[in-house]
Design a protein around this ligand. Structure first.
Ligand code: 6LW
Length: 522
């Protein structure tokens, strides 16, 4: 009844005020994979997987499921997660966030150990606890928690979706493990979540793999341990159909459901925006869709189980969140939350204090082509068309040291516009790493101690250029976007625009980045 009133009031608002609020997808653009959402009162919180990036599992806050602000991260301390030698196929996989009796829980899996663990907090924007491992079960991924009748249940993806009761204070297994459902027969049944509504337990999961065949299915039972009856309208969300083959959004799946204070239901899920046909570089992003879920009925996602970039639908009352600054002047005592490190950082190689208004990156012998934690900070590419510019003081480089701006997809897939010091002179060059092949484009001598490095993206290329006056930019190289795409390199992450420094020998050299500007054009 409440939902009917919500829809009716939205329609009345539409005609009375002539507007249908609607919103633009993705609600979290750029690499925001495997989203999970919960609600505490009027506040929504959402988490994403992060693999080799640190801090792990960013926490976003919203009042309307459309506008999100990153308020923290779950894994901010090396004691919580060891990402040594992690890459885009390991580290932190899909998380789930849940709220129960005043406490937030985030459960996830660490690869390659495949150990499931969770952390908790009373303040999702603050520090989260030390990890509690569920030692009795390792293997596969996509854990979730479900609280029912004073008990806590742990579910995860194995060859089936499995469940057991745990002691949520210790992670100790309290009941035998049961198999619940393995979906409709699609490959990789994964990403399970349980919801209790109208006396039914609903088990939702994704099948088909996190590529073009991805789809969301659901089943229900009067009993938590089943048997589960599949929804006759499965899949309830997919773009694998003929109807959606030309959609700019593909691979939709890995969803979570949440109800709003007004009784309406919503789905967040992952998907990716291709460059026109099959390939994407930004990783899997977070999308939103309205759900009609009448009493005792099956949920219906956005009317027909698909979603669009421009969503024309009634929304919750919209509450804007502070926008991320386009230009980062590095003038605060901590980095903006959108910056990430690769693996657990060597914190001694980063300083915001040694030169006011600059981030000082100190050379290490870990190169961008290696596993480990090079001196690097990166932020997500959030649109196909973008412009990233970094201003850097290169006066303290030494022979054999290289510093610059990179479009980073993986250690063997990145395009850099970089400054290198040789025989006491500084040069700027384009450096392309494509698997086992490296290529350095034309190398030009630099006269100034400050240089401006730029990478621009469009539907076909990444363009690398530089300037010594921040007005005239000289083009160095343009490189096909496809060699940074997930389809080419595999893995589960997305391109980051990053600042880095590295040395081929031990060195005290450093680079002072004065500012970084990122403009996205959608
Ligand atoms: C994750 C699985 C998936 O564990 O991809 O799209 C895997 N869904 O649920 C890695 O993100």
């Amino acid at each position: 009844m409440k939902q009917k009133l919500f829809v009716l009031s939205a329609i009345l608002m539409h005609f009375a005020f002539g507007f249908s609020q609607g919103f633009k997808n993705p609600v979290l653009p750029g690499f925001h994979a495997d989203p999970s959402v919960c609600r505490a009162g009027d506040d929504f919180y959402l988490v994403n997987s992060t693999f080799q990036y640190f801090p792990g599992v960013p926490v976003y806050h919203s009042k309307d499921l459309i506008h999100w602000q990153q308020v923290g991260a779950c894994l901010t301390r090396p004691s919580q997660v060891d990402l040594t030698n992690a890459d885009g196929n390991s580290g932190i996989y899909a998380p789930t966030i849940r709220y129960h009796e005043g406490r937030f829980y985030m459960i996830t899996t660490l690869f390659p150990s495949r150990k499931h663990f969770y952390v908790h907090t009373k303040d999702p924007a603050g520090e989260w606890s030390e990890p509690i491992f569920i030692d009795s079960t390792t293997g596969s991924c996509d854990p979730t928690l479900f609280f029912d009748n004073g008990k806590c249940y742990f579910l995860w993806k194995d060859e089936y979706i499995k469940i057991c009761e745990i002691d949520v204070e210790t992670g100790k297994q309290l009941s035998e493990i049961k198999r619940l459902w393995s979906g409709m027969g699609g490959r990789y049944p994964e990403g399970p979540h349980i919801y209790k509504k109208d006396g039914f337990y609903y088990l939702m999961l994704s099948e088909g793999g996190t590529e073009h065949g991805h789809h969301v299915t659901i089943a229900r039972s009067r009993f938590l341990d089943g048997p589960y009856t599949p929804c006759p309208a499965n899949p309830i969300l997919t773009h694998f159909s003929n109807q959606m083959q030309n959609s700019p959004i593909q691979g939709v799946g890995h969803a979570d459901l949440v109800d709003a204070p007004d009784g309406s239901w919503w789905m967040i899920c992952l998907g990716y925006r291709t460059h026109g046909y099959l390939q994407h570089v930004m990783g899997r992003e977070t999308f939103l869709a309205p759900v009609r879920w009448d009493k005792n009925a099956w949920p219906v996602v956005n009317g027909d189980g698909t979603l669009q970039i421009d969503m024309e639908c009634p929304t919750l009352p919209q509450v804007e969140m502070p926008e991320e600054p386009e230009k980062d002047e590095f003038d605060k005592d901590r980095l903006e939350r959108y910056w990430s490190y690769l693996c657990n950082p060597h914190t001694e190689n980063y300083s915001l204090a040694e030169r006011k208004g600059h981030v000082r990156l100190k050379a290490s012998t870990v190169s961008m082509d290696e596993l480990g934690s090079p001196t690097f900070i990166g932020r997500r590419q959030t649109e196909i068309k973008f412009q990233a510019t970094a201003a850097v003081d290169i006066s303290q480089l030494e022979n054999g040291v290289t510093a610059g701006l990179t479009a980073y997809a993986a250690r063997l897939n990145h395009y850099d516009v970089r400054v290198t010091r040789e025989n006491g002179k500084n040069y700027v060059e384009a450096n392309l790493r494509v698997g086992q092949v490296g290529h350095v484009g034309k190398r030009l001598p630099l006269k100034s101690r400050k240089v401006y490095l730029r990478i621009e993206g469009d539907r076909d290329f990444y363009h690398l250029s530089f300037s010594e006056d921040n007005r005239h930019f000289e083009h160095l190289f343009q490189m096909d976007y496809r060699y940074l795409s997930t389809e080419t390199i595999g893995g589960f992450t997305g391109v980051h625009l990053g600042l880095f420094i590295q040395s081929d020998r031990p060195s005290d050299a450093y680079a002072d980045f004065d500012w970084f500007e990122y403009k996205a054009f959608n």
